[in-house]
Design a protein around this ligand. Structure first.
Ligand code: ATP
Ligand code: MG
Length: 333
């Protein structure tokens, strides 16, 4: 059957004073029903832009400039606001934005915002909607009685929890969570992940989890894609990418984070900076930082190709992916 979400060869550009900026270049990945998919990569690599394109929330100067986004087999990249609101948002795909602290409507009580979402997207009675919202408030550690509060009555962290409650209370099929845990303490993070795990088991809920912290993804996701400067460097099952990385950036990125499976390893820092994203992509975006780059890497951008192991989704955009094992061995992996 079709994957729930299928992103194919997606390119996204922003119009800027300095020219077009390519924030996402040729990205491909898919998410199945009940799959937890992690999108990792350092700041500015294009993670949030990818999420915004899926939910139709690109900034005004941004546009999908190539490729397709399919949801349950239907192309959605050209959906109008009306279609997005009617067919996708909240009930099918919900979005916990990166700076979600400011995304509540300041003029409405949280319960009123929930009522409006429920009215548009479900046949539920107002009372049923209130009950669902109360349940979710409990999950995110807010008192049920506070559903009738205005956003300004909450602290920043509590506002983010209220947003998470709104994103989850209609039990959407796909939850997009962009750095959802930055304002939450560890206990709250655990509680929300446990709840998502239950949704995954009960309703085959899928998760697109965005974070720069790959260790969170290795612990909680089935699959992962690692982005570097607009390109997906590597993608595959968590196991394949963790145990057998084929792209130098994936390998080095992984080494930069602590890992409960390898507690004694030294943490490596990746030198250098990603390239400017203005203009056409004409080289591997990692070439300037890569200890193994060869001429070819500077002459064209390597395609995201399958690496040909047991995991059919495992792919890397590196001309030297086949040599990875030897290369990293010498590096001391
Ligand atoms: P972070 O980890 O910091 O959240 P990210 O991976 O989510 O980073 P994006 O926010 O997707 O990165 O940004 C990708 C690139 O697009 C960056 O170079 C960023 O500066 C640029 N960008 C994002 N939004 C806009 C915009 N509205 N106009 C111009 N450039 C933008
Ligand atoms: Mg971001």
């Amino acid at each position: 059957s079709d994957p729930l979400l299928e992103v194919e060869d997606l390119t996204i550009r922003y119009e800027t004073d300095g020219g077009d900026l390519t924030a996402v270049s040729g990205a491909s990945f898919s998410i199945d029903d009940g799959e937890f998919f992690g999108l990792a990569g350092e700041s500015g690599s294009g993670k949030s832009t990818t999420a915004k394109a899926i939910i139709g929330g690109l900034d005004d100067n941004g546009r999908v400039d190539g490729g397709t986004i399919r949801y349950r087999g239907e192309e959605i990249q050209d959906f109008t606001e009306k279609q997005l609101n009617k067919q996708l948002r909240w009930k099918e795909i919900s979005w916990i934005p990166q700076s979600s602290m400011n995304s509540l409507d300041p003029l409405q009580r949280v319960s009123e915002q929930a009522a409006e979402i429920g009215r548009v997207h479900t046949d539920l009675s107002n009372e049923a909607i209130r009950e669902k919202l109360k349940e979710m408030f409990a999950v995110v550690g807010l008192q049920e009685s506070r559903i009738d509060d205005y956003p300004h009555q909450f602290s920043g962290g509590m506002q983010q929890r209220a947003i998470i409650a709104l994103a989850l209370f209609l039990e959407p099929s796909l939850v997009i969570a962009d750095e959802p845990t930055t304002a939450l303490d560890v206990i709250m993070q655990d509680q929300i992940f446990k709840y998502l795990d239950r949704m995954k088991d009960d309703a085959e809920t899928s998760l697109l989890l965005i974070t720069h912290d790959i260790s969170v993804i290795f612990e909680s996701c089935d699959s992962v894609a690692i982005m570097h400067a607009s390109q997906i460097a590597e993608r595959g099952s968590t196991e394949a990418v963790h145990d057998n990385p084929r792209h130098p950036y994936a390998f080095m990125f992984k080494e930069a984070f602590p890992d409960i499976r390898e507690p004694d390893r030294d943490l490596e820092v990746i030198d250098g900076y990603p390239p400017e994203l203005i203009g056409e992509v004409t080289a591997c975006s990692f070439a300037d930082r890569c200890p193994w780059a060869v001429e070819e890497c500077r002459e064209s951008a390597p395609p995201l190709d399958p690496v040909g192991d047991d995991d059919a989704t495992h792919a890397a955009s590196c001309f030297r992916a086949d040599e990875a094992y030897e290369l990293y061995e010498k590096h001391g992996a």
